[in-house]
Design a protein around this ligand. Structure first.
Ligand code: PMP
Ligand code: GLN
Length: 392
């Protein structure tokens, strides 16, 4: 047996597309519109709060397992302030190493081998991997362009006696689809009827454009069966700090905490103090972030359209999914591997988010717009060259 053998559950689903495309972007000097991370850090006063915490010796040693009380209070206040949700900071909040660990810990804690987990696909890459590591079976239900709206009949048909969890993500990466109240009500009705748990990844909760983000836990019958996950990475533009959290009923939070103890045990001590401050920022911060990203979304969407892409405008997140067939392209993976060489821009092929990508999925490519305006303007200029030489 080769010593480098990877657990087969993981090797079947493992992909490193973000690392591959970021490395390619760096090698070729390309503008990286692939992996989603901002090129501008979050508020200076919040970075200062992290530095103060380190220098004043707060969080430099193992913080409490569930997270520091200040951050658990701040998460609880945030849920109340934005959504009217009551969560007990003592028993209903768990601080994690980013949303990534919250997803992993909750799936590891709540799945028995053979259990089925339904998620809409395209599916954020860690979901299928974590379901596999937990010994579960990932059951994708595909969202189709142009709207990427959920097909309730398909969702209902995917539920079996082995289904344990619906793993939701709204606002949705990579499509930018945001579930409406009607859609959430239909999903919630199914969850109650079939007695399913819901894990709801809401990391892009504050990045919505002209639509409302509605936590699924606020729908009737959902509070007791929903674990809600979020993160400071997206909301405060500090993706490297890896501070996330899960909130929900005490038994589900306790389950995730049990798994978390054996993953990281604790994490990000000083950053937890800073994120506790960040969550208290005034409404103007959250509105400003949204306004800024809205203008950037429109800038990139217009540029992509002019360059010959089919654009599926997102209602949320900082990603735009595009179709590449108008450019005479069939395969997004090949296209993304060649794009840095062709015009010095990097993107992500949506097909990596599908279990068995069909032609439709292979024709989709994702670009991020969480970059400086001048960077997006230059990217658009470069992408504009695509149509030219190819047509000539
Ligand atoms: N869920 C989704 C849908 C994401 O896009 C991301 C971003 N990487 C994560 C979870 C992970 O968040 P974090 O960086 O806080 O681990
Ligand atoms: N969430 C970001 C994205 O989807 C980063 C993902 C990652 O680096 N694992 O691009």
């Amino acid at each position: 047996m080769p010593i480098s053998r990877v657990n087969s559950r993981l090797s079947e689903v493992g992909t490193s597309i973000f690392a591959e495309m970021s490395a390619l972007a760096a090698e070729t000097g390309s503008i990286n519109l692939g992996q989603g991370f901002p090129d501008t850090d979050g508020p200076a006063e919040i970075a200062g709060a992290a530095a103060d915490a380190i220098l004043s010796g707060r969080g430099n040693q193992y913080p409490p397992g569930p997270g520091i009380p200040e951050l658990r209070e701040a998460v609880s206040d945030h849920q109340k302030r934005f959504y009217g949700i009551d969560v007990d900071p003592g028993a209903e909040v768990l601080v994690t190493a980013g949303a990534t660990e919250a997803i992993a810990a909750s799936l590891l804690a709540l799945i028995e081998p053979g259990d089925e987990v339904i998620a809409f696909e395209p599916t954020y890459d860690s979901y299928a991997a974590c379901v596999a590591m937990a010994g579960g079976t990932h059951v994708p239900v595909t969202l189709h362009p142009p709207g990427f709206r959920p097909d309730m009949a398909a969702l209902r048909a995917a539920v079996t006696p082995r289904t344990r969890i619906l793993l939701l993500n709204s606002p949705h990466n990579p499509t930018g689809m945001v579930l409406t109240r009607e859609e959430l009500a239909a999903i919630a009705g199914l969850a109650v009827e079939r007695d399913l748990l819901v894990i709801s990844d809401e990391v892009y909760e504050h990045l919505v454009f002209g639509v409302e983000h509605i936590p699924v836990s606020t729908l009737p019958g959902m509070r007791e069966r929903t674990l809600t996950i979020s993160s400071a990475g997206k909301t405060f533009s500090f993706t490297g700090w890896k501070v996330g959290w899960a909130t929900g009923p005490a038994p589900l939070v306790a389950a995730a905490r049990t798994a978390k103890q054996f993953l990281t045990y604790v994490s990000s001590g000083p950053f937890q103090y800073a994120v506790a401050e960040a969550l208290k920022l005034p409404d103007s911060y959250f509105n400003g972030l949204r306004q800024d990203l809205l203008a950037k979304r429109d800038l990139l969407a217009d540029g992509l359209r002019s360059a010959g892409f089919e654009v599926y405008p997102p209602d949320g997140t900082y990603f735009i999914t595009t179709g590449i067939r108008g450019l005479g392209e069939e395969d997004g993976l090949e296209f993304c591997r060649a794009l840095p060489g062709r015009c010095a821009v990097a993107a992500i092929p949506n097909q990596v988010f599908y279990e068995a990508p069909q032609a439709e999925a292979r024709g989709l490519v994702r670009f991020t717009f969480c970059k400086k305006t001048e960077v997006l303007t230059e990217a658009v200029r470069r992408l504009g060259a695509l149509a030219g030489p190819a047509a000539a």
